[in-house]
Design a protein around this ligand. Structure first.
Ligand code: NAP
Length: 487
């Protein structure tokens, strides 16, 4: 590690953040955080167990009623200060993220800014929680409609966007007046711990937030979900784990928000602006090393442009530089671990076994880290495993189609429904296809849809609820109605 790398790692408190106080795990256990680009251990962090989780719950429950009474403007100002601190420390935080997660520094900087924007957005939303007033249809009573915080919330985040997935949940929870217990992914606890420190500095009262990294997620989340004091779970991660958490949430009938896996189709029609489509495909595929729920997983190119599109895409993919994210000029970092790399290789091998052609890449990169080459596959058969599986890596499979009807059916032939992309210059087709695609979001002539001011989320097995936008705060609010009689 360079001196600068060692400095940013040393700045983070490696203990648990329990209700505003830094503590070792009750068991004294710790675990190592790996740099996926070198496989070296960056540092040890406290490993929470059940006892720590219950202490976090106690803190969240204890602080809930006083936190709900804090003025919306004051809650918003804490968020705004959090936004400022994130941006002031963007450079150090980006380096920290690159070290524990692997993405290139430029992308990590972008994620810090994206993460900070959730705090800015929800600092503005905190003061715009509105209710309603109405006269009943028979004129005999009045309806007063108010919004109240749902209460202590369990937040569970993945490793691929270690800062933004935290702020996307913490931002609306603070704005709504909910207390929280955050369990980050074991691969990326450092960003979450750094964020806890920033929020404490921004003035978040004790008890409102706890952060409990662990190597045994079930043992800390299950006792909390089965305890009636937690009222809500907000989860981002795989569909398999989301399903399990939904089952566990049924016992206490929890409010649930689920941001789950994707399998995004990316449609390029013959009439598309091909330069724009290639740019869009590069973004939709390669943002975050392909490790994004929004990643283009199946690229469908119409037969008139398929060959030229594949050629241009391969040229761009082949020019990308693979390496350690902290190094200058690196475009693509390592995958998160070797299991992820084996999975990607298995999907490529399956497609090639069924007749796909490798235009570029197709194998492991050089070096100690979990590197995989940017890869383009052409002539991918529709029944390849990767048509139905989230690749989560830098592999772009191109499938060819003839008609609009055929491609819409193929795009929708998946259990997932997070996002889809389409490139066309035909206005009627743009509307028709946008409506027909069974996804929560559509990128129409654009390769990125994520924006803190827009409602992010999926349908089908991609999840429940929305994060960001005007509706993001609703996930943390209950609606209460007072019927007023005797008039
Ligand atoms: P994952 O294995 O489901 O893990 C996500 C989180 O759940 C981690 O914090 C993980 O902890 C925790 N977890 C795992 N098993 C658990 C259990 N039994 N009980 C409670 N918590 C448990 O997913 P991942 O591989 O980290 O993330 C990639 C997935 O997230 C992809 O499918 C991607 O599409 C999805 N994702 C979706 C969105 C969206 O907004 N829709 C955004 C980003 C990512 P450990 O780390 O300790 O296992």
């Amino acid at each position: 590690m360079s001196d600068q790398e060692a400095r940013v790692v040393a700045q983070v408190d490696k203990r648990l953040f329990l209700g505003g106080r830094w503590r070792d795990a009750a068991s004294g256990a710790t675990f190592g955080v790996e740099d996926p680009s070198t496989r070296t251990i960056l540092c040890e962090v406290a490993d929470a167990g059940k006892e720590d989780a219950l202490a976090a719950l106690e803190a969240a429950h204890g602080a809930q009623s006083s936190w709900a009474e804090v003025a919306p403007r004051a809650r918003g100002e804490i968020l705004y200060r959090g936004y400022e601190l994130l941006m002031e420390r963007q450079e150090d935080l980006a380096l920290l993220m690159t070290l524990e997660m692997g993405k290139p520094l430029a992308e990590a900087r972008g994620e810090i800014a994206y993460a900070a924007e959730f705090f800015r957005w929800f600092s503005e939303e905190a003061v715009r929680i509105e209710g309603g007033f109405a006269t009943s249809p028979d004129g005999k009573s009045r309806f007063l409609i108010m919004r109240r915080p749902v209460g202590p919330s369990m937040l569970i985040t993945p490793w691929n966007f270690p800062m933004a997935m935290g702020t996307r949940k913490i931002g609306p929870a603070i704005a709504a007046g909910c207390t929280m217990v955050l369990k980050p992914a074991h691969q990326t606890p450092l960003c979450a711990l750094a964020l806890a420190g920033i929020l404490a500095e921004a003035g978040l009262p004790e008890g409102v937030l706890s952060v409990i990294p662990t190597t045994d997620p079930g043992s800390v989340t299950e006792p909390l979900l089965s305890d009636g004091r937690i009222r809500k779970i907000s989860f981002t991660g795989s569909t398999a784990v989301g399903r399990k958490l939904l089952e566990q949430s049924a016992g206490q009938v929890l409010r649930t928000s689920m941001e789950l896996g994707g399998n995004a189709p990316f449609l390029v029609f013959d009439d598309a602006d091909l330069d724009a489509a290639v740019d869009g495909a590069m973004l939709a595929k390669m943002r975050n090393i392909g490790e994004a729920c929004t990643a283009a997983n199946r690229i469908y190119a119409q037969s008139g442009v398929a060959e030229e599109f594949s050629r241009r895409l391969s040229e761009r993919m082949g020019a990308l530089r693979l390496g350690r994210g902290v190094d200058d000029g690196v475009d693509v970092g390592p995958l998160i671990d070797d299991k992820a790399r084996q999975k990607v290789q298995g999907l490529v091998d399956d497609a090639v076994g069924r007749g796909a052609r490798v235009l570029v890449g197709g194998g492991h990169g050089e070096g100690e880290g979990h590197f995989y080459q940017p890869t383009v596959l052409a002539d991918v058969p529709m029944d390849s495993e990767l048509s139905f599986t989230e690749i989560f890596g830098p592999v772009a499979p191109v499938l060819t189609f003839e008609t609009e009807q055929e491609v819409v059916a193929a795009a929708n032939n998946t259990d997932f429904g997070l996002v889809s992309y389409l490139y066309t210059r035909d206005l009627n087709r743009a509307f028709r296809v946008s409506e027909a695609l069974e996804t929560g979001m559509v990128g129409l002539n654009q390769g990125v849809v994520s924006n803190p001011a827009a409602p992010f989320g999926g349908v089908k097995h991609s999840g429940l609820g929305r994060e960001g936008g005007r509706v993001g705060i609703d996930e943390f609010l209950d609606t209460k109605y007072v019927g007023i009689g005797g008039l």
